[in-house]
Structure formats: structure tokens, C-alpha cells
Design a binder for this molecule. Structure first.
Ligand SMILES: [Zn+2]
Length: 387
């Protein structure tokens, strides 16, 4: 049973429908076949993101997933209307057909929200209120990081979410100056501590920090473009999608690295203790076996290894105490930053930002822990139908 940071039992506070701190894989429609093979186990699940606006293909694949593949882990569908050069604004109405098709498939209903710009209070309230009226939906908030980083905006956001009382799924656009990335994480932690279930989608390995901090579920993208939301700068062309090269998750570095880069690092630092892997794909071998696989299978095995490692990390960082989870995550980020330096790989700002956002444990914090979140079930939050 889950507990608050102060040791108080929360009962079902971590749960919403079938989601119980699941680490989801966020993939595109065309990647479902590969993702489902790796993520068909307890604690995982999928977020399928519509590709090039093709809602029908996404819905058809989801139906196949349930009826033919017999996939029983949680599945969410992301219409992705908030992204790309023709993105919709937060004020855009939801597509009734898209909402109903999710219900017909027996999936949790995720709204097909448009992009929530900085300062768009009417857009924020509009998404929340329209989602609440649906009665069974999770309100998707694909937002400018200002909403979390600015103290006043953050306060208002948490207040709106709690007052309307509808579960939310946030997608956080990559903060760019003057938005402070550390404050963005602090804002996220505050939102995760509120009285309403919160999911974090389309994330990088920050999803693990979010899960340990109270997210009902969090999704890590299967390719760089799905591990975050790139900002669109006024007057500049939309950022071109990066080609997705086969990459492998290096557990001790909390980061994905390309296979050629891993191969080179293995040669330079064969004995630094980073390469042995106990995941079910590697079965104790070091990653040399992976880079030596033939071209046809290397990418697939690297993918499976990466999912294995993600799910193992999920189990390690989502214990019953939020406070201990956060300290553990902070320590892992510090170690990962150090190991990245050791191997000569590019620094990962996310690791520094999480360390700065989470306060160091002190004696007073150890003896007088602060409550993290009220009991969702016994509180005033409404009930939802999740099929
Ligand atoms: Zn492995």
C-alpha cells in the first residue's frame, strides 16, 4: 500500500483506473509493435501518439492492440494536436469523435487538447472545465514551462486543477530562457503534491523523478522527439525532427547513448564497472554483446534492454515514501552526472536541474517530515469512470 512522505497510508491515492505509478512507453503509431513486445508486463503500458495527424490509424492500432494482441497493460492515446507547425491552441474544442472512440475501445479518455501558451488562463480553465464536463476524462495540459516555473502562475495552476478536480496529464515544453528549468521542476513537484491525480507524459528520464514524487503514471518517449516538447520560437521555422538512431539506455548515466558511442566508450573504459547489465535481455553480460549483435537485431535488443532498465529503475525509485524517493533520485542524478563526465559524454542538464530542485535532507526534515498530499479517495475529489 502506498504511503505519503510522512508515512501516512494513502490507500488508493496513487491509483487511477489501472494506473498505479506505471512507467509508460510513449511511441508513435508505427512503433507500437516493437513497444508492445517490450512493455507487456505489470507496471508498464503505452502512450500511442498520433503520427502526422492520422487519428484513424492510431485508433485502428489501439483496437488491434486490445482485440488481436490481447495487450492488457494500460494504453493511452495522444492526439498530439498541441505539437507541430499546425498546432491547435488551448481554446480549440475537443473532438467528440476522438473522445468517444477512446471510450468505445475501453481506454482511459485523454483529451485532445491544444497547446497551452504562457499566460493563457482562459485556455487553461477551458481545458479543465471541458474535461470535467466529460465526466471520465483526463485533461491533457501540453504547456509552456512558464506555468510551472513562475511562482504566481504555478500557484494559480495548482488552484485551478484542485478546484476543478479533474485528473490532469501534463506535457512540459522544454524551458528556454528566461524560464528557469529548476523552478520548472519545483513547480512540477508542487503540482504532483496536489489533491488531484497527475500524469506526466512525453518525458525523458525525468519521468522517473516524477513517479517517485507522486505521479500516477509517467511516460518516457521511445525516441528523442517524444522525450520532451520542443518550443517553437516566433519567426523561426518549426524545429526539424531529429532522426531516431538506435540508442541504448545506460543505467548508471541515466541517459540514452547511440550504439557507436557506447562501442567507443567500451573500448576506452573497459573496466570502469558501468557495462555489466543484469536486465532480462542482457542476463548479466556486459554491453559488448549488444554492440556486437548483427545489424538486423541490434536495435531491437537495445530497445528491449532499455525498457528492462527503465522498468527496473521504476521499481527502485517509486517506493512508498515520496521524500525518500526524491532523495534517492537526487543521489542517482548526482552519480549519473559524475559517470557521464568520467566517460567523456555530454553533460545532461536535466541531472543538475533535479539535484537543485530537490532539497538536501537535513536533520529537521528527517524528524519532522512535511505531508506531501492529502488523501485523494477520502478528500473532496470527484469519482471517475475508467473502463
Ligand atoms: Zn541490459
Amino acid at each position: 500500500m502506498a504511503r505519503y512522505g510522512n508515512g501516512q497510508s494513502t490507500g488508493a491515492a496513487w491509483r487511477i483506473g489501472d494506473l498505479d505509478r506505471n512507467l509508460l512507453l510513449q511511441c508513435r503509431t508505427s512503433q507500437v509493435t516493437q513497444a508492445v513486445q517490450a512493455a507487456d508486463r505489470t507496471g508498464s503500458g503505452l502512450v500511442v501518439t498520433v503520427e502526422r495527424g492520422n487519428l484513424r490509424a492510431c485508433l485502428d492500432r489501439a483496437r488491434h492492440l486490445r482485440e488481436v494482441d490481447q495487450y492488457r497493460q494500460p494504453v493511452l492515446l495522444d492526439a498530439a494536436r498541441y505539437a507541430g507547425p499546425a498546432r491547435m491552441p488551448a481554446s480549440a474544442p475537443f473532438d467528440d469523435g476522438w473522445i468517444q472512440r477512446q471510450r468505445d475501445l475501453g481506454l482511459p479518455v485523454l483529451t485532445d487538447s491544444g497547446y497551452l501558451a504562457a499566460g493563457d488562463t482562459a485556455g487553461c480553465l477551458g481545458i479543465l472545465e471541458r474535461a470535467a464536463r466529460l465526466g471520465d476524462a483526463v485533461a491533457l495540459l501540453p504547456m509552456h514551462a512558464w506555468w510551472l516555473a513562475d511562482p504566481s502562475a504555478r500557484r494559480n495552476l495548482v488552484r485551478y486543477v484542485e478546484v476543478v478536480g479533474v485528473p490532469v496529464a501534463v506535457i512540459i515544453e522544454r524551458p528556454v530562457p528566461p524560464v528557469d528549468p529548476v523552478e520548472t521542476i519545483r513547480g512540477l513537484l508542487q503540482l504532483l503534491g496536489c489533491a488531484v491525480p497527475v500524469l506526466v507524459l512525453r518525458a525523458d528520464l525525468s519521468a522517473l523523478g516524477a513517479l517517485g514524487s507522486g505521479a500516477v503514471a509517467a511516460a518516457v518517449g521511445t525516441e528523442p522527439a517524444l522525450r520532451g516538447l520542443e518550443p517553437c520560437r516566433p519567426g523561426q521555422p518549426w524545429p526539424a525532427p531529429q532522426p531516431a538512431q538506435p540508442a541504448v539506455l545506460i543505467r548508471q548515466c541515466l541517459s540514452y547513448q547511440s550504439l557507436p558511442s557506447v562501442e567507443a566508450a567500451l573500448r576506452r573504459h573497459p573496466d570502469n564497472g558501468m557495462w555489466g547489465c543484469g536486465c532480462s535481455t542482457c542476463a548479466g553480460r556486459d554491453l559488448t554483446w549488444l554492440v556486437n549483435q548483427p545489424d538486423g537485431v541490434r536495435g531491437r535488443l537495445a530497445f528491449r534492454h532499455s525498457v528492462d532498465v527503465l522498468l527496473a529503475l521504476r521499481a527502485e525509485v517509486s517506493g512508498p515514501s515520496v521524500q525518500l524517493n526524491q532523495w534517492s533520485w537526487r543521489a542517482r542524478c548526482a552519480t549519473a552526472a559524475s559517470r557521464l563526465r568520467e566517460v567523456g559524454w555530454e553533460r545532461l542538464p536535466m541531472l543538475t536541474h533535479w539535484q537543485e530542485a530537490i532539497s538536501m535532507p537535513t536533520l529537521s526534515r528527517l524528524t519532522i517530515p512535511a505531508p506531501r498530499r492529502p488523501d485523494f479517495v477520502k478528500g473532496r475529489a470527484p469519482s471517475y469512470r475508467f473502463r
